[in-house]
Design a protein around this ligand. Structure first.
Ligand code: HEC
Ligand code: HEC
Length: 266
């Protein structure tokens, strides 16, 4: 018996579960890598006020950013002045890969970051040294353990009209869009609120307190982690796209079935 089994294996047939196992391993690996990429937050031990950090940042800035933002971050026709934008803005822009800007389009896009965390913080320290501006968020607001219900209410009032109630993102005018917020690191969510990139308004602390920001971050973590109620969400992209899905797939199935039935009856 045992021998016969072995021979079957040798002749090249895989165990029926092999494919399942392979897919599972693949999903785990990509999932883990994705989590690793998205969870990076500003935790590296870099002292933003130390002169060494600032001068390292100034060098990186001169080599990579000055062509557009000017040698002293004063701005050129290709990029705005960064005087007073603060460490938070640099950490957000460079940390999400928006900067250095890759091309001139309607909107700088989030892409793979070009600088590691230490370099990013050095440039943030340099820009922060030029003039006061919003600083990096405190870790205690980024834990995702705040009041989810309050965060959800604040999100629907302040963010959903652009980013969609499910935070799936949405189109704005003139080719611009509000991106999906699923998978965005808590640091970057906080920094987006205090710096207001592009068409996004600034939500300063008088507007939405740090604790309320922590609640919004907790809400985003909650909708990201919770399983979707009511089955498949189709990405929560809205009624038009979801309707199209039903037309294409649903009608496709009905037509396919009709063809099958008529073919059989012939
Ligand atoms: C090709 C030109 C270009 C390069 C190179 C570039 N930027 Fe920018 N940057 C822009 C433009 C244009 C904007 C404004 C539009 C936008 O926000 O997308 C901007 C916006 C910013 C902002 C947001 C300012 C605000 O008001 O909050 C920061 C911060 C920033 N850049 C930092 C950097 C840093 C740091 C580098 C180098 C690593 C860099 N940029 C490289 C063109 C550039
Ligand atoms: C008027 C529309 C508008 C509102 C309201 C708005 N945003 Fe945004 N948001 C944008 C746009 C546009 C961008 C993209 C900016 C860019 O690419 O430079 C953005 C970007 C972001 C990002 C960066 C996402 C990424 O992929 O890196 C985060 C996080 C964010 N918004 C969170 C919020 C939160 C939280 C609120 C509510 C407190 C909010 N936004 C309200 C328009 C809006």
């Amino acid at each position: 018996m045992a021998r016969a089994k072995k021979n079957v294996r040798k002749s090249g047939r895989r165990h029926p579960l092999a494919t399942v196992a392979l897919v599972a391993v693949g999903l785990l690996v990509t999932g883990a890598a994705y989590a690793g990429f998205t969870q990076t937050s500003a935790t590296a031990e870099v002292d933003l006020s130390s002169p060494e950090t600032i001068s390292a940042g100034q060098k990186l800035f001169g080599a990579n950013c000055a062509t557009c933002h000017g040698m002293n971050a004063e701005g050129t026709k290709d990029g705005p002045s960064l005087i007073g934008v603060g460490a938070a803005s640099v950490n957000f822009q460079v940390g999400t890969g928006r900067m250095p800007l890759a091309f001139q389009g309607p909107q700088g896009m989030a892409r793979e970051r070009q600088f590691n965390e230490e370099q990013t913080l050095q440039m943030a320290a340099y820009v922060a040294s030029l003039a006061p501006g919003p600083g990096l968020p405190e870790q205690r607001y980024l834990q995702g353990d705040g009041d989810v219900a309050n965060g959800g209410a604040l999100f629907r009032i302040n963010c959903a009209m652009c980013h969609n109630v499910a935070a799936a993102g949405g189109a704005l005018t003139e080719g611009k869009f509000a991106p999906s917020l699923i998978g965005v690191a808590p640091t970057h969510v906080y920094e987006a609120m205090v710096t207001g990139p592009q068409n996004m308004p600034v939500f300063n602390d008088a507007n939405i307190s740090p604790q309320d920001k922590a609640d919004i971050i907790s809400y985003l973590k909650y909708i990201q982690d919770k399983p979707a109620v009511g089955g498949l969400t189709l990405g929560s992209i809205g009624p038009v796209a979801e309707g199209l899905f039903i037309w294409v797939i649903g009608l496709g199935i009905i037509i396919g079935f009709t063809v099958w039935v008529t073919a059989k009856s012939n």
